[in-house]
Ligand binder design. Structure first.
Ligand code: G6P
Ligand code: MN
Length: 450
């Protein structure tokens, strides 16, 4: 097999993220089949990343002593001679996510990280940040695979497609469909690796059309629909953050209410039930607050405890060899393996629509199943999609396209059009009020709009 036994060098871009420890643990789990010489953590902020790196060094010393950890804020040191860049940056960090969500709610619109007005504001920050980093990576490692899961991925993908045309080694991906597939797998008493999805849409805006058994080809989708539509409502949050537990409960409702349709991505709750979703949001305590007080805080407390103890082994943070539940992380290592070893395994990722969805805009970055190998993603044909999905997706795509236009051209008019077109705004006056507030809040992050 190609690159059999090769040891890789990986850079985690956004090394200070709360996701980094999970990614590192997964790398440790997979070290046997995907050995790493070096993991470089790169972040523009030294402090936070240095704490994560402290954890990383202890982890590797105990579980993978041959893997070196480097943490740096210097692009030359970070990006030279790497095989993979795994990009998970959040321009403006959680503070700006909070601002995005609060401003949207102030104007009576859904405040959400990647959807609606909040996603627009975040997209306008992400585009310049991601583009700059990809240029820097390409300067030092022209052939590295760049696995980008910085959000809002649909908007970021539309921008990277335009700025780096033909660079098939820039791959935009998301863990949400993987997370949903893992749930299906659990319900069916299968391993996620035994199933393969057929799916179409834009990122955070799509549907599963089939859930195949990899071995037999059997399509489980009708069974899954039946099981989830008949599932009694479970009031227990099962250790999940409350809003995520609600999201999964709502997914069952969507499946129940749309029995003739494909199975929805959880994010469709915002686009198909905006009034309900708005009624559940608290302008004084949004998801950003929940994350800052919840998973982010817990992760950094864990990091500090491990650093203070100087070890994981013999503590409650000791690795459990059977634990591979972190979908976000698993997906990334699996994908890196498929690309570097040319396996052709199927993953959902964003790729340019050239007839894949035959009745959808040419060139749109659609999220579809692709074979992954040395030539990058090679999509599996979807064919024609129904009128409802086509209509709502074209609207969303037009909004995303205009957002990227506005960003790259510095156009106020297009930004206003984009927000007006957004299903979760939908009103010219509201769009203007939002835009004007966001411009003030995002000074230094957004390009100037004229
Ligand atoms: C899923 C999505 C990501 C998103 C995350 C938000 O993993 O695929 O794109 O960023 O959820 O989760 P959070 O815990 O930050 O609300
Ligand atoms: Mn995502």
């Amino acid at each position: 097999m190609l690159n059999e036994g090769k040891h890789f060098t990986i850079c985690i871009v956004g090394g200070g993220s709360r996701y980094t420890p999970g990614i590192l643990r997964m790398m440790v789990h997979e070290m046997g089949r995907f050995p790493l010489d070096k993991v470089i953590l790169y972040d523009c902020e030294y402090e936070r990343q240095h704490r994560v790196a402290g954890y990383a060094r202890i982890l590797m010393r105990e579980y993978a002593p041959k893997t070196e950890i480097v943490d740096t804020t210097d692009p030359a040191e970070a990006f030279k001679g790497i095989d993979f860049a795994m990009m998970q940056i959040r321009a403006g960090r959680m503070k700006m996510r909070e601002s995005d969500e609060h401003i949207a709610l102030k104007h009576g619109c859904i405040g959400q990280e990647t959807c609606g007005a909040g996603g627009f504001a975040y997209g306008m920050r992400s585009i310049p940040a991601v583009v700059k980093l990809i240029h820097q990576i390409r300067q030092y490692s022209p052939d590295a695979w760049i696995l980008n899961y910085s959000n809002p991925a649909a908007i970021v993908a539309e921008a990277t497609k335009r700025i780096f045309p033909g660079d098939y080694k820039v791959i935009n991906i998301c863990d949400m469909p993987v997370g949903i597939m893992s749930m299906y797998a659990e319900t069916l008493h299968k391993k996620p690796s035994e199933l393969e999805a057929r799916y179409f849409g834009l990122n955070h805006f799509g549907w599963f059309t089939h859930v195949y058994d990899k071995e037999t080809g059997h399509d489980y989708l009708p069974e899954i629909r039946k099981i989830y539509s008949n599932m009694p409502e479970d009031p227990d949050d099962h250790g999940l953050d409350h809003s995520w537990a609600e999201t999964y409960r709502f997914m069952n409702k969507m499946i129940r209410e749309m029995p003739d349709e494909y199975l929805p991505n959880t994010y469709l709750q915002y686009y198909l039930y905006p009034q309900h979703m708005l009624s559940t949001e608290n302008p004084n305590y949004t998801r950003a607050n929940e994350v800052m007080d919840g998973s982010e805080k817990r992760t950094f407390e864990m990091i500090d405890e491990v650093i203070a103890a100087g070890k994981l082994k013999g503590t409650k943070y000791e690795l459990d060899p059977s634990d591979n539940k972190d979908e976000h992380a698993t997906y990334i290592v699996d994908l890196a393996y498929a690309l570097s070893h040319n396996t052709g395994d199927v993953f959902l990722c964003m790729t340019e629509n050239h007839g894949i969805i035959s009745n959808f805009s040419e060139g749109a970055m659609v999220e579809v199943p692709c074979h992954m190998g040395v030539h990058g993603p090679e999509a599996i044909n979807v064919g024609e999609i129904p009128t409802f999905q086509k209509g709502i997706l074209e609207n969303q795509f037009a909004y995303e396209k205009l957002t990227v236009d506005a960003n790259l051209e510095g156009s106020y008019r297009k930004a206003w059009q984009a927000l007006t077109l957004n299903r979760l705004v939908n009103d010219k006056d509201t769009a203007k009020a939002l835009l004007d507030d966001y411009i003030v809040a995002n000074k230094g992050y957004w390009p100037e709009l004229k």
